[in-house]
Ligand binder design. Structure first.
Ligand SMILES: [Zn+2]
Ligand SMILES: [Zn+2]
Ligand SMILES: [Zn+2]
Ligand SMILES: [Zn+2]
Ligand SMILES: [Zn+2]
Ligand SMILES: [Zn+2]
Ligand SMILES: [Zn+2]
Length: 545
């Protein structure tokens, strides 16, 4: 492998290029990357003046492939507000209450016992009603969840005597005064979600204390807290729902598809994306296992990681400290320097395309190794470098994602309207900008996790896999940088001017739409490769050797 490296690379990559629909297109697109900031110059490359892309080879292919690939997955989940969840829960309870003809409070404890799966509850119920009743503490058939004393009795907690109507029981023969009940419920609610399985205070009795009784005896505050625990149980104890873990978000996601296998990333209306299986930030196309390993690694390396994030970088030319305010990695130094470089590798932006390849410092690795201690030092440094390389890129992409999400929010809040006004078109015409941002977000996310994945590829054992992976990643990355720069900086430049020329706007629109399309395709390829665990590698390397 070592001697013929570059030959294999070339054959292999051109094979792959053909397979994806022509290496000519490939050259065409990478060729104009230098011009990315020149709107007028490159805008026309993507579409005709009239915005029609029929004559454009590349555009047509991209469209065909998208249609064939069917990239839009059927939505298997819905986002719900707290009220929406409450309505679902009430509905479920009402159904069971009707089918088993029992008060809603009993239906609720039964449902909860079966993790809110009405189907399983009914199965078990008709199989062995007695056993189910005993398990949750339901009194015999026909019982009610709250009873009032008919004659004068002594409360077994406070030992005061109460006349008829002054006491309650949970359907059993153990009556307590309302004040004692209130205290009992208060203590139960103070105990957290366990209040949902509250039983009769009599130590020998297992009758369940349910909502109807709580509502009668508890004060407003405890009643509300009880209802809150009940609602949370509905989401947290069932497999159908999950709270969105996004900061400050109170929405929940309901899985509505059949079979849980096809669901991974879900996106809440708050903008937060998370993995349905592990709850971490959305991490398609990387597996939960890799994500867990990577996050654990970051914890164990937290000192290095924190240092890296706080560490100021300097412009490679004028040495002034630089601050990153934009989402894309393309940095331009302040006046009078104006040096353009890549934030991650600090290489000049013009020659930046291959910045993404991790190159261990060869000089040191090949130097004379005198002792095992020295060897160990070199290895330790190399493995730390490797980690830093991947960590920095993972973190930078997630940070860019956040910037993009913020931008998108601003777009939707007011900027779209403003820009539409500036070019005198309806705001709906600017849909292409939101779409561009959607793909920027998606791309940042995929790239970030691709770096975590890349870290676990063994430099030697997985060499072939790495080649394909880095190749796809480079393409996706370069395209994403162009798209992000265009959606972000160029847009701000264009609309920062007092008056926006309509032709300039149109050229910009065509360019951004074109970049969106191309970037999307690159990422589809990257994600597809992951779906097969980069399995294409083995077959391709066989033909290459
Ligand atoms: Zn009492
Ligand atoms: Zn009792
Ligand atoms: Zn959310
Ligand atoms: Zn996961
Ligand atoms: Zn500078
Ligand atoms: Zn770079
Ligand atoms: Zn740019």
């Amino acid at each position: 492998m070592a001697s013929g490296d570059s030959d294999v690379d070339d054959d292999y990559f051109s094979d792959f290029g053909d397979q994806r629909g022509g290496s000519d297109d490939e050259d065409f697109y990478t060729g104009d990357s230098d011009d990315e900031c020149d709107i007028n110059k490159s805008g026309g490359d993507y579409m005709d003046e009239d915005g029609n892309d029929d004559d454009d080879d590349y555009g047509e292919q991209a469209v065909e492939e998208t249609e064939d690939g069917g990239s839009e997955m059927e939505k298997t989940y819905v986002v719900l507000t707290e009220d929406g969840i409450r309505a679902r829960q009430e509905e479920d309870i009402a159904k069971v209450s009707e089918v088993l003809s029992m008060p809603p409070g009993f239906a609720a404890v039964l449902l909860r016992h079966f993790k809110w799966m009405a189907g399983r509850l009914q199965e078990e119920w008709f199989l062995d009603e007695r056993r189910v009743r005993d398990a949750v503490g339901l009194p015999a058939d026909g019982a009610v969840p709250t009873l009032v004393n008919r004659r004068r009795l002594t409360c077994a907690i406070c030992f005061d005597r109460f006349s008829a109507g002054g006491m309650r029981s949970g359907g059993c023969s153990h009556f307590y005064c309302v004040t004692c009940w209130r205290g009992y419920v208060r203590a139960g609610v103070g105990d957290g979600a366990r209040c949902l399985s509250l039983r009769c205070p009599d130590p020998s009795c297992t009758v369940a204390v349910v909502r109807e009784l709580i509502d009668e005896v508890a004060d407003d505050e405890d009643r509300e807290r009880y209802a809150m625990f009940a609602l949370r149980s509905y989401v947290e104890e069932s497999n159908r729902f999950k709270w969105c873990p996004g900061p400050g978000c109170s929405l929940a996601v309901e899985f509505v598809g059949s079979g849980g296998d096809q669901i991974n990333d879900v996106f809440c209306s708050c903008g937060h994306g998370f993995c349905w299986r592990c709850g971490e930030e959305a991490h398609r196309p990387v597996s939960c296992k890799t994500v867990a390993m990577w996050l654990a690694k970051n914890v164990s390396e937290s000192e290095t990681a924190t240092w890296l994030l706080d560490h100021t970088k300097h412009c490679p030319v004028c040495r002034r400290p630089i601050e990153k305010n934009f989402g894309c990695m393309h940095m331009t130094c302040r006046a009078p320097c104006f040096h353009e470089f890549c934030w991650l590798c600090l290489e000049p932006w013009v020659s930046h395309r291959f910045c993404e390849k991790y190159r261990p410092d060869g000089s040191e690795a090949e130097s004379e190794i005198n002792s095992t201690e020295e060897e160990r030092r070199v290895q330790a440094k190399a493995s730390l470098d490797r980690y830093i390389y991947h960590y920095e890129r993972w973190a930078a992409n997630l940070k860019s994602l956040r910037v993009a999400l913020d931008d998108m929010e601003k777009l939707e809040m007011s900027e779209l309207e403003k820009m539409a006004g500036a070019v005198r078109v309806p705001a709906t015409e600017l849909r292409f900008m939101t779409e561009a941002y959607e793909h920027v977000g998606e791309g940042r996310r995929v790239l970030a996790w691709a770096y975590a994945y890349g870290y676990y590829l063994d430099p030697e054992r997985d060499a072939t896999k790495r080649q394909l992976f880095e190749y796809l990643q480079n393409d996706a990355n370069a395209s994403l940088e162009r798209l992000h720069g265009c959606a972000e900086k160029e847009r701000k430049e264009l609309f920062g001017a007092a008056a926006v020329d309509f032709h300039t706007y149109r050229a910009y629109r065509d360019k951004l739409a074109g970049l969106t399309k191309v970037t999307r395709r690159y990422f589809e390829n990257l994600v597809k490769a992951f779906a097969g665990d980069l399995a294409e590698v083995s077959s391709s390397s066989e033909t290459a050797s």
